[in-house]
Design a protein around this ligand. Sequence first.
Ligand SMILES: NC(=O)c1ccc[n+]([C@@H]2O[C@H](COP(=O)([O-])OP(=O)(O)OC[C@H]3O[C@@H](n4cnc5c(N)ncnc54)[C@H](OP(=O)(O)O)[C@@H]3O)[C@@H](O)[C@H]2O)c1
Length: 330
Amino acid sequence: MKALLCTAYGPIDTLRLQDAPDPVPAAGEVVVAVRACALNFPDALIVQGLYQAKPALPFSPGAEFSGIILQVGADVTTYKPGDAVIAFAGHGGLAERCAVDAQRIMPLPSGMSFEQGAAFMLTYGTCIHALKDVAQLQPGETLAVLGAGGGVGLAAVDIAKAMGARVIAAASTKAKLELAQQHGADTLLDYASEDLRQRLMGLTEGKGADVVLDPVGGVYAEAALRATAWRGRYLVVGFAAGDIPRIPLNLALLKERQILGVYWGEAVQRNPRQHAANVRQLLQWFVAGSVRPEITEQLGLEQATQALLRLSQREAKGKIVVRIMAESGV
Ligand SMILES: NC(=O)c1ccc[n+]([C@@H]2O[C@H](COP(=O)([O-])OP(=O)(O)OC[C@H]3O[C@@H](n4cnc5c(N)ncnc54)[C@H](OP(=O)(O)O)[C@@H]3O)[C@@H](O)[C@H]2O)c1
């Protein structure tokens, strides 16, 4: 099979499309013929050795994908060859085939394309967990979303609107803000040209946002935290800007603010029932048309390295999906 391989942790442009041995399913695993693999910021980090998970070399990046089961290993009874599935494997999706633990797949819901299925679970799963389980966002509350034109950001906009919140979308370009508006954001804030803290305070009549969802970090983190309301909740989701902010703790004390960490992958392992309930809710919203992944680009495997580079350089919008040719007979 063809696979985009990371043979040494390092710069993204050292990834190479190569021939690799076809995977064989171990007990409890299935082998999926990959149809679509969505790119996420952690894919860019994992190949550089900058992510918490460090797979054994060589490996293919690609945390989430969809496809058709080719083979099942011993002990796998819930799936069979020919089943269409979504997989959250952590890595391996930027290849024609991937062996994945059967616990980390789910059936592709009817009405969802392979591309949508690949682009759904990581960002929407993270944001429903962040907004519902962690922040307990209430209807009528105001949520500020940073990086609102990115994968996580747009999912947060969709979910917060579905939960009945007022959404202030903050991002660095007009094009990213327009996408957030199309997903239902009530107010737009361009933090490349406007002062994030002052504008957030102005948009909330000096009260501050009830909840901030921050997948960006960097210089925006402290400004956004300072613009939260009395007992506001600030969700630490990621650090796409690179720097991990150091926050003065008096900001928590002064308004009884809560700084809340979000670690979706770990939360899924620790509370699979809650995750299953969240997936059911997401699928209901998808069927109702209130949430949908924004696929802005569809590319081939040979263009995946360039796409990962653009993602890591702040140039991507919404979700980029790599389509992988179906194998004959599948
Ligand atoms: N905690 C969890 O469980 C969890 C789960 C999934 C993802 N994450 C994290 O969430 C973050 C976002 O992931 P994503 O897949 O949504 O990424 P994404 O689509 O690339 O969006 C990230 C956004 O960050 C902003 N940004 C600011 N400075 C940047 C820079 N130097 N390079 C790249 N982007 C920059 C960009 O928006 P502007 O240009 O508008 O600022 C960009 O749209 C990542 O840090 C990821 O690791 C965490």
